[in-house]
Design a protein around this ligand. Structure first.
Ligand code: HMN
Length: 292
């Protein structure tokens, strides 16, 4: 898991037009992403439309990607779901495939107590021998820094992926957790700032679409060229906003990738897919950005 760092796409899951798992597309997108200097792949997270798949499908997607990656980069599988029992089954399956680690959002929808959330993670990490990256994201109900601190004390909880549009919690987490506890930035809008404050890696959706731009941002931060990193980040934010304005982010990203000849496939409903005139609009909004 120590190698899991840098720019890490939260991989899209290509589906066919009739919403089946698109194995050829998954393999194609995997190869496309591996052609960049990425630090790993984060599978079946929100960008991967995980909650639109059943457990068998989630397993299948992971199997295809693990087979295609064949050890070239570390893969972390998001195994989170509403029931501890199902999450454990997914975690065991991921372990059998040789993933570098697992990750999970807290169980959501019922707004569980802190005790229930901690038990959820504890039960999972005790059932497998894999590092766990806790996934803190507003969509699943943001956990407090204090809860993260408690989770960091559990066996094998090695880090947190923190998707927030404010930065200070990351510094608070650094203070609250032991040396070596990994932190991953989850808001692509803040990539350069997250990197500047010393996160281990950045995991996000837009690293499917414009990985190279973020790899350059990371290089510049690493080399002390923060001003250049900020300039590139400004382009990135414009692209992110231009894509987000269409809604159904995953559908919009897939539409652009298809147009560029990358078989990223389609999204499952209720996400929108953009085709014909709407595809032109989505793609044009990207092309209208100068100097990239
Ligand atoms: C995942 O679970 O697939 C992603 O890693 C989630 C990731 O943090 C994204 N967050 C959300 O989708 C809420 C970001 O990459 C996000 O898409 C981006 O910053 C644009 O807002």
């Amino acid at each position: 898991i120590e190698d899991f760092k840098g720019v890490i796409p939260a991989m899209l899951t290509p589906f066919t037009k009739d919403e089946e798992i698109d194995e050829a597309g998954i393999r194609d997108l995997t190869e496309y992403l591996l052609s960049f200097n990425i630090g790993g792949l984060y599978l079946t997270g929100s960008t991967g439309e995980t909650f639109l798949m059943n457990e068998e499908e989630r397993k299948k997607v992971l199997e295809i990607v693990m087979d295609q990656v064949a050890g070239r980069v570390p893969v972390v599988a998001h195994i989170g779901t509403l029931s501890t029992k199902a999450a454990i089954e997914l975690a065991k399956h991921a372990e059998s495939l040789g993933v570098a680690g697992i990750s999970s959002v807290p169980p959501f929808y019922w707004r569980h107590s802190e005790e229930a959330i901690i038990n959820y993670y504890k039960d999972i990490v005790e059932s497998v021998d894999l590092p766990m990256i806790v996934y803190n994201i507003p969509l699943a109900g943001l956990m407090s820094v204090d809860t993260i601190k408690k989770l960091a004390e559990l066996k094998n909880v090695c880090g947190v992926k923190f998707t927030s549009t404010t930065l200070f919690e990351i510094t608070q987490i650094k203070d609250a957790t032991p040396e070596g506890f990994m932190i991953f930035g989850g808001a692509d809008e803040l990539a350069s700032s997250n990197l500047a404050i010393g996160v281990d890696g950045i995991i996000g959706s837009f690293y499917n679409l414009i990985p190279d731009l973020f790899i350059q941002i990371r290089e510049n931060v690493k080399n002390g060229n923060q001003a250049k990193a900020e300039e590139l980040q400004r382009y990135a934010v414009r692209i992110i906003m231009d894509v987000l304005k269409h809604g159904s982010m995953v559908g919009a990203m897939k539409s652009i990738l298809r147009k560029a000849g990358i078989e990223a496939g389609y999204s499952r409903r209720p996400f929108l897919n953009f085709e014909d005139e709407r595809q032109k609009e989505v793609v044009n909004s990207l092309l209208s950005i100068e100097n990239i």
